[in-house]
Design a protein around this ligand. Sequence first.
Ligand code: NAD
Ligand code: IPM
Ligand code: MN
Length: 352
Amino acid sequence: MAEYRIAEIPGDGIGVEVTKQARKALEAAAEGFGFAYDVTSYDLGGTRYLSTGEVLADSTMEELRGHDAIMLGAIGLPAVPPGVLERGLLLKLRFAFDQYVNLRPVKLFDGVPTPIVGLTPDRCDFVVVRENTEGPYVGIGGSARTGTPHEVATQNSINTRFGVERVMVDAFSRAERRDKKVTVCHKTNVLTHAGDLWMRTAEAVATEFPDVEWDYVHVDAACLYMVNSPERFDVMVTDNLFGDIVTDLGAAIQGGMGLAASGNINPGGGAPSMFEPVHGSAPDIAGQGLANPVAAVLSVAMLLDDLGEADAARAVEAAAVSVLPELGAMAGPDMGMSTDQIGDVIAGRVVS
Ligand code: NAD
Ligand code: IPM
Ligand code: MN
């Protein structure tokens, strides 16, 4: 029997609430599909930081590295200055474990109301391959004369041939297994240095994938097309920051933040991949049972897929999606069920 070592970082706010539901689905999948697993829970995030001053110790990082996969809820607390946890924990893990593909499906599920009038599920099913280790996220830059009228701040976007090429190869290979279309999304008309590197890399990689057609859209137009003609996308590959932004739009199109799943993937398997909902800790609704846990459960499905448990992954996904048409709303007090109740219903439907 396969046995997996899974690390869990519930984090803060609704991260804790939705991870609990994800765990129920994982347990049901293990029972139904006959694999064993062991979860080590790591108390990291804002609450931990405020009480101990610790964000992520090197020793903890090495422990995490020893797992087959990581489940993350969300981190972030209003009382913690911006960046401390986001950079010190989340980005640190993405970078250290070289999770260079941030895979974010944008899929409209049957029976889910989308704010886009007239949009139907057959027209919206694509994945965003977000570069996850470079761009402005690297943290290179600085500030001087801070607090004076002459203050200056820089935040450099780092784009390497190596980094762009590997994410491009991932996007084209993914497209080969899907509808064979890649859309490169950037801002080559303004960010000419980085844009040129992205375009030339795309052209070179495309020659290795003759079955895959590809095109290019500027990121501003991509936002327009995601809303009015999402059927034009199959695999969208984009820069770290653009990918962050367009996938919140993708979540809204899908019906809400509580539906958008993601995987921070190390395709070579040299370090664990990390699965998390696209959303954050949502301090505005935390602690009230108002969070939709479907995104967290769908992230478990992605985790199972990554571990090679494809049947279990499909079952978890189907169970999560099955509950959506039964919710009064996709988030908040009008869902008709609490976060916990939704988690129970989903787990009860994970069948082999
Ligand atoms: P957010 O995603 O937490 O919330 C945005 C909006 O979506 C809020 O109105 C929230 O109530 C709603 N929402 C989010 N998830 C929901 C769910 N599952 N069900 C129902 N509604 C949901 O983004 P934010 O408010 O910009 O950020 C809050 C904190 O989370 C910040 O500290 C931010 O840095 C952090 N953050 C962390 C992660 C992560 O850990 N992966 C991701 C994004 C933001
Ligand atoms: C996300 C989040 C993170 C990001 C933050 C919290 C660092 O917004 O996962 O989308 O920008 O990648
Ligand atoms: Mn984001």
